[in-house]
Write a protein that binds this ligand. Structure first.
Ligand SMILES: Nc1ncnc2c1ncn2[C@@H]1O[C@H](COP(=O)(O)OP(=O)(O)OP(=O)(O)O)[C@@H](O)[C@H]1O
Ligand SMILES: [Mg+2]
Length: 297
């Protein structure tokens, strides 16, 4: 009874609150001296594609673990401050309940896939929620269409390639109709062409579903053209959160020890040589546009 009440509260709260809000949130893992998350204050709005970027160990995965309550409910440790989803403190809702509002896909989908075949895999989360059979069938059909995995429905998860497994993990999460889709290095184990397909699929999902997507991703060249906003992390702190245009033209982004897109690095080096570059490009079309200023016909 209580869980039904809280779920309703979360849904209602969406209509008047920011989606996610961290309020002076600090967290350190049990046995660690340092804060993995150090005074986080961010607000994540609805219907945006947001990149979480930062050097290794900067706290991206830890921040993501807060979004479905794994921190602090599953990972014991010390915390202070709060994380709210739709205006509700995440410590007042179970991880199972939160996972229907915040769907998380991790780097290695193999660990997330447990059922005998793909169709059962997608149905599993819905059945656990006690959803009607007809609704389950409809949700499966929708998410299968969106992720383009019709041909995989009767395969076992172990017969699938890494990219196919990632699509199935995505379909299972989308079937729960979360408000927020969170992906932690979803293409880390995939080759570049498959990674590109997965990232373009996310763009399609965002456009069709109008949901918020938060992604931690090292492949800057592939992900930057897709995102609206960037959250930059360093040593457990959020050091900047702004529109993509503002962040990529900031010194903080340039100085960060991450793999910048090739076009970006090229023009950034030209700027260092004293050449006037209006703004730094993140894709080949943007770079071509900038080059027009230098080419005289
Ligand atoms: N389960 C855990 N137990 C103890 N310490 C942890 C745990 N997970 C992460 N940490 C520590 O918390 C800090 C932040 O780690 P986190 O995994 O959040 O970084 P990250 O930005 O995701 O790094 P990467 O880019 O390598 O994935 C690191 O110092 C890490 O060692
Ligand atoms: Mg990580």
């Amino acid at each position: 009874m209580l869980s039904i009440y809280i779920e309703l509260k979360v849904i209602l709260a969406y209509y008047r609150m920011d989606l996610i809000k961290f309020n002076n949130f600090f967290y350190r893992y049990k046995g660690n001296q340092d804060y993995a998350l150090n005074d986080i204050n961010i607000t994540i709005p609805d219907n945006k594609f947001i990149l979480l970027a930062g050097e290794t160990g900067s706290g991206k995965t830890s921040l993501i673990r807060c979004l479905n309550g794994l921190i602090p409910q599953f990972y014991p440790g010390y915390y202070k401050g709060s994380v709210e989803i739709g205006g509700v403190d995440t410590t007042s809702i179970s991880i199972a309940n939160l996972s229907t509002t915040t769907g998380i896909v991790f780097q290695n989908p193999e660990n997330q896939l447990i059922a005998m075949n793909v169709e059962h895999e997608i149905a599993f989360g819905l059945e656990n929620l006690g959803i009607d059979r007809e609704v389950i069938t409809e949700r499966i059909n929708q998410s299968v269409m969106l992720t383009e995995i019709e041909h995989l429905l009767h395969k076992t998860p172990y017969e699938l390639s890494g990219g196919e497994q990632q699509r199935v993990a995505l379909a299972s999460i989308l079937a729960l109709e979360p408000k927020i889709l969170v992906l932690d290095e979803p293409t880390g184990l995939l080759d570049p062409s498959v990674a590109k397909k997965i990232l373009l699929l996310l763009q399609k999902i965002q456009e069709e579903k109008g949901m918020t997507i938060l992604i931690s991703e090292h492949r800057m060249d592939l992900v930057l053209p897709l995102v609206d906003e960037i959250i930059l992390m360093k040593n457990g702190k959020v050091i900047a959160h702004d529109t993509k245009e503002h962040i990529i033209n900031s010194k903080r982004f340039i100085d960060l020890n991450i793999s910048h897109p090739i076009m970006f690095s090229l023009f950034s080096d030209l700027r260092k040589e004293g050449i006037e570059i209006k703004k730094l490009p993140t894709s080949i079309p943007e770079a071509l546009e900038l080059l027009k200023d230098f080419i005289r016909v």
